[in-house]
Design a protein around this ligand. Structure first.
Ligand code: ADP
Ligand code: MG
Length: 167
């Protein structure tokens, strides 16, 4: 809790799910730096992490394969403050924003869920609309929910696995 009481934080912690993806540069290091940056955000801590999965790229542009990982975080940041913080973390990871969607990126941080909150405005759609289309997100989400229920410690640096499916 950052105790500042400004509009960037709410009073109570919410559990949010953040999906990380990287397909440029040292992908594993990108995910590690992103986890450290997220852990350092005000009022925010990582509760659990999925395994790191390698997946084939989605969309019309030919590009390298991705490493993906889902995190459960407890945060007092509001959804829009969390988004701003994640966009800044992407920027620090050297991400160059292209006008075309689904292009290669050093780091992508998406908010998949934020508690039970539903949002659909010009900056944010929560739950993330791609959740229903991405099997690996659903798998990762299920894995984290199970580990939260079991009360396991967050162990984020594990060997990564190759996804058999591309979505
Ligand atoms: P994508 O993740 O779909 O490849 P980008 O990472 O380029 O696209 O993000 C483009 C914009 O998507 C962001 O600037 C943000 O305003 C918006 N956005 C809408 N909903 C979300 C969400 N749930 N998580 C992250 N960004 C989101
Ligand atoms: Mg994104």
């Amino acid at each position: 809790m950052n105790g500042r009481g400004d509009a960037s934080s709410s009073l109570s912690e919410v559990i949010a799910y953040v999906a990380l993806g990287s397909n440029l540069g040292d992908r594993e290091r990108m995910l590690g730096t992103a986890r450290a940056d997220i852990e350092a955000l005000p009022g925010t801590r990582i509760l659990a992490c999925s395994v790191v999965e390698e997946t084939e790229p989605i969309g019309p542009v030919e590009q390298p394969s991705y490493l993906n990982q889902m995190l459960a975080v407890a945060t007092t940041l509001t959804p829009h403050s969390l988004l701003d913080a994640l966009l800044e973390i992407e920027r620090r990871a050297g991400r160059v924003r292209e006008s075309q969607r689904w292009t290669a990126r050093t780091l992508d941080c998406d908010i998949v869920r934020y508690g039970e909150v539903e949002i659909d405005d010009d900056r944010l759609t929560i739950p993330h609309p791609e959740l229903r289309n991405r099997d690996f997100w659903q798998r990762e989400l299920g894995e984290i929910e199970a580990s939260l229920r079991s009360g396991a410690e967050a162990t984020c640096e594990r060997n990564w696995v190759s996804s058999e499916r591309s979505t």
